[in-house]
Ligand binder design. Structure first.
Ligand SMILES: [Zn+2]
Ligand SMILES: [Zn+2]
Length: 142
């Protein structure tokens, strides 16, 4: 029946999409990849996306997880975005003084972007983030 074959096709397409999502795109950096996967699948308390990236792209980076841990992402992927990397300042909305209807000035803080732009790409085999990310600075004054 034609109906069956369409269902089968749809399932095959879905399967292809699922496997594409789990593979870093050409030149995609570690941090963009992990951010994308966390968005899609969430954190399960491990470094599953970081280690998957390493297996796909940088199998020789055996110290990657140890290095991420040392930089603050000690337990899992989402900690990378709390303790280790944040969007580059140029991507944030600027802090500004907004005047409300009563004429009071209100200070609006700079905000990180809701969605990240496409990866700025990195060298294959590297586990360095692209230019969209900077290391979180613990001494930053706000
Ligand atoms: Zn987590
Ligand atoms: Zn990137």
């Amino acid at each position: 029946m034609e109906r069956t074959s369409i269902t089968e096709q749809a399932e095959r397409i879905l399967h292809d999409v699922a496997s594409t999502l789990m593979t870093p795109t050409a030149g995609e950096c570690l941090v963009c990849f992990v951010a994308r996967q966390l968005d899609e699948f969430g954190c399960n308390g491990t470094h599953r996306f970081a280690s998957h990236y390493r297996d796909c792209v940088a199998p020789r980076a055996t110290a990657l997880l140890a290095r991420l841990s040392a930089m603050g992402a000690c337990c899992c992927d989402c900690e990378m975005f709390m303790n280790t990397y944040e969007p580059a300042p140029r991507l944030w909305t600027q802090a500004c003084e907004a005047v409300d209807s009563d004429g009071y000035g209100e200070w609006a803080d700079a905000k990180p972007p809701d969605t990240m732009p496409p990866c700025d790409t990195t060298r294959r085999g590297s586990t360095k983030p692209c230019a969209n990310w900077v290391r979180v600075s613990r001494s930053r004054d706000r």
